[in-house]
Design a protein around this ligand. Sequence first.
Ligand code: PPS
Length: 289
Amino acid sequence: MDAVTQENLIYDGIKFPKIAHTEDSLNYTRHEFQVRDDDVFNVTYPKSGTTWMQEILTLINSKGDTVPYKSIPSWERVPWVEQTTGRGFLENRPSPRLITSHLPAQLFPKSFASSKAKVIYTVRNPKDVCVSLYNYCQITKFLECIENFAEFHSMFIKGDVIYSSWFDHVSGWLKMDQTNVLLMSYEGMLQDPRGSVLKICKFLGRDLDDAPIDSVVENTSFKNLKNNQMSNYTLVPEEFMDHKKGSFFRKGISGDWKNYFTVAQSEQLDQIFQEKMNDFNLKEKFMWD
Ligand code: PPS
């Protein structure tokens, strides 16, 4: 069997893994995909809580009923629009559609601008994103595996990783300061899972009773997602992921970067953060560090 490709595609200056993206899939998403007013988008830079949000949205949509969550893989229930499978999953799907995307704002479907669709953008401390992505690259066979953390760190801060620069991705979305875009943080969700689910429900106009809210919160805990075959990526064949090397649901904590970063590496990232992100007050807002 041929080895799985680890190549990337550069589209409009952004790096996409070729395993799941083509020029066509990205062109289609940007220019042809028809956003509907009742679409709900889960948008993230990778490793920021994408899967967690996919499952929260699924369970809010089913009013806490766990059948879809336990019977359909997350990537089919809340598919990535930009991937080669996105069109087939989404084009004829009845509303309301739950849609995932790692796209930077400038490559998002153009039809979003004139729609009432909602976007939930989740942001995570970039130092933990860097560590999570580094570990993910060790277990996947479709991403270039950089074993040396110092080398990976330097690629991350330069934006030479999949989906390119964290700083550009986050600042691009934060500039979309409009009422149909909700900003969530991974750390805020960790600190107050129930309050976070209630906030999402309010944003979506979904008024759920206590029992369904309890179900959303309980079923989307790290432990329960790690054990749910439809969320935990153990269904991905060995050809694409080496499950013996580690789990997609790795630690699920904030601050693990302290076990990886040197003081110099932390300061280097802080400096770029200062230059590129200072306008947004994210550190204070989300209690990073
Ligand atoms: S991906 O590949 O972009 O879809 O990855 P993504 O789902 O965005 O991020 C994976 C990281 O999120 C952690 N995770 C959680 N943490 C806490 N609580 C819950 N419920 C939860 N669900 C997912 C997951 O463990 C990955 O982080 P790390 O730091 O690697 O453990």
